[in-house]
Write a protein that binds this ligand. Structure first.
Ligand code: IMP
Length: 206
């Protein structure tokens, strides 16, 4: 049995979601985060895919901590922009996590694009790594399909949430409760896949 798992993130919302999912799945490991580490490294996410970036984080933190480590990388891919902002989602407008400017840039880039061509999807890729066994990483991804609105809707959430409309719900991510969003979001779906693959992955590690 795994005793400790490091979630390589400083985002407390993600920590809460993963902790709850692990507890519900009956995985009893003690969950640590970057906040429990002394001077954890700041990982340079120079990868060109979500998987590369998630692996960069998982490997560097697993090596640093000596613990089994889970890391994720997410982003928005807009069809009319050939998949942009993609791995650059956090700093699309230049400064990391500047949501207002990122959203403004997205709307400007999509200026004149009609509703039916504003299709997009969010992706989350999660990697679980064991120190010294990086050739046996567990890699899973989850997606959520939607459309980019021309005008933001809703007050909740973060990032591109007010512009990301999910037709099956008739709402943007920013109009959903957190539970509702987690039940269908890219991150929620990736976590479901992680848990579905977990026991079998651990059993075949050598
Ligand atoms: P991260 O890899 O989860 O930190 O996500 C990178 C960036 O993608 C974030 O800074 C947001 O701009 C965007 N993003 C990822 N997930 C979401 C989401 O659920 N809603 C809105 N934006 C998101």
């Amino acid at each position: 049995m795994v005793k400790e798992i490091l979630f390589a993130t400083t985002n407390q919302g993600k920590v809460k979601e993963l902790k709850e999912a692990f507890a519900q799945a009956g995985i009893e490991a003690e969950i640590k985060t970057n906040a429990d580490l002394k001077n954890p490294p700041i990982v340079n996410e120079y990868g060109t895919t979500f998987e590369q970036n998630a692996k960069l984080k998982a490997h560097e933190l697993a090596e640093f901590s000596g613990m089994m480590t889970i890391a994720d990388d997410s982003g928005l891919m807009v069809d009319a922009l050939n998949g942009a902002p993609g791995v650059h989602s956090a700093r699309y407008a230049g400064i990391a996590h500047d949501d207002a400017h990122n959203n403004a840039k997205l709307l400007a880039e999509l200026g004149g694009v009609p509703p039916e061509k504003r299709t997009a999807k969010f992706n989350t890729t999660i990697v679980a790594s064991i120190p010294g066994k990086f050739d046996q990483d567990l890699v899973v991804s989850g997606q959520c399909a939607g459309q980019i609105l021309a005008v933001p809707r809703g007050e909740d959430g973060f990032g591109y949430d007010p512009l990301f409309y999910v037709p099956e719900k008739g709402k943007t991510f920013a109009q959903m409760t957190l539970d509702e969003k987690n039940s269908l979001s890219h991150r929620g779906r990736a976590i479901e896949k992680l848990l579905a693959a977990w026991s079998e992955w651990l059993a075949q590690i050598n």
